[in-house]
Design a protein around this ligand. Structure first.
Ligand SMILES: Nc1ncnc2c1ncn2[C@@H]1O[C@H](COP(=O)(O)OP(=O)(O)OP(=O)(O)O)[C@@H](O)[C@H]1O
Length: 236
């Protein structure tokens, strides 16, 4: 298997304050992984570095074998990163269809490219809402839209930062089901979420961050078997 994402010795911060200290994270092609940890432990900061939104102080990041180095978010997106950021960031004054196609048109040539039809097949509730403005969509619909928009770039790696935060149980379940279907397509996924039990059923490998360092990494079986990890690092 080839690695889709290789993060090694990543240190980063804001201004003079250091937030990450030598973080390592590897994701193989077709693998689903998670990044876990309590609030403020550095998960989003790690994602920002991977996406080129924050420049690391030290460390290397490779996406599909290519060193990301000092590249910007643009290049990283074209190289195959599909980011669903915390807070969704959809355009409130564009319609759902515009949100989906205007800014996300297939950035990478792919053998089996994502199309609007495929996105609607993955998220059927979006179909009747294509003409609605972003601001008129429910939280769940906005989240589906944000994932669909990322898929339309034909990513090699999809990163979801708190994709189900603030959603009611039903739309949250719809997102989980879609993730499970995405897994079956062989897309590599990195998910950050508080619903560890649900993530353990979808992703195979898990990394726990604690105060900017990797505190633990292991399989779903290991994670679900060791409740002390949940108490110590996840506040559950
Ligand atoms: N733009 C910023 N400027 C300064 N400090 C920041 C900034 N963003 C995050 N931090 C700090 O960096 C640390 C790590 O935050 P980060 O958002 O990466 O954590 P997280 O694990 O994703 O938590 P959460 O679940 O709350 O998003 C926190 O102490 C946070 O206060």
């Amino acid at each position: 298997m080839s690695a889709v994402l290789e993060v090694d010795g990543l240190s980063a911060g804001y201004g003079t304050g250091r937030v990450l200290f030598g973080v390592g994270l590897h994701i193989e092609a077709g693998e689903a992984a998670t990044l876990l940890g309590r609030n403020g432990m550095g998960k989003t900061t790690t994602v920002r570095c991977i996406a080129g939104l924050l420049r690391p102080v030290e460390g290397t990041i490779r996406l599909a074998g290519e060193p990301v180095g000092q590249r910007g978010a643009d290049w990283i997106g074209r190289a195959g990163l599909g980011l669903v950021p915390e807070g969704r960031r959809i355009f409130p004054n564009l319609t759902m269809r515009e949100n989906l196609v205007a800014f996300a048109a297939n950035r990478r040539a792919a053998a089996d490219p994502w199309t609007l039809e495929r996105v609607l097949d993955l998220f059927p509730p979006l179909a009747p809402r294509l003409g609605n403005l972003g601001s008129q969509l429910s939280g769940g619909e906005q989240q589906m839209l944000a994932i669909g928009r990322a898929l339309l770039t034909n990513p090699v790696l999809l990163i979801l930062d708190e994709a189900t935060e603030g959603l009611a149980p039903l739309p949250r379940e719809a997102i989980w089901r879609a993730l499970q279907r995405l897994r079956a397509t062989g897309l590599a996924v990195l998910a950050i979420d508080k619903h560890v039990d649900r993530l353990a059923a979808i992703a195979a490998r898990h990394t726990i961050l604690d105060r900017g360092r990797v505190a633990w990494t292991g399989s779903s079986a290991e994670l679900t078997a060791d409740r002390s990890l949940w108490e110590r690092y996840l506040g559950l």
